[in-house]
Design a protein around this ligand. Sequence first.
Ligand code: ZN
Length: 101
Amino acid sequence: MTRTEREGLIRIRSLRRYGGWIPVVGLGLALLATLTKNEILPIVVFGLTACIGGVLNTWYAFVRCPRCGSPFIALRGRGGFRWPTSKCRQCGLDMKELNVA
Ligand SMILES: [Zn+2]
């Protein structure tokens, strides 16, 4: 694995992790914010974190593979249907290889 591939996989893994966890943390913070007397704060906190998570997940959905340059999670021949995976759908570059070296 080249350095470029490794850095690309780390970026893809970060997008997937943060895109999934930021809205969950935001929901927790919004629930905590309901303890305050401010009625707008929970809505703002959850709305903001959901938007950030949405942007990161959209970015993840269209990210390109660092090895082959094809869309990392798009299925070939199915209209570009996207489904989360740890492997590139085109060349098989696997995020699990990051933990080996
Ligand atoms: Zn690839």
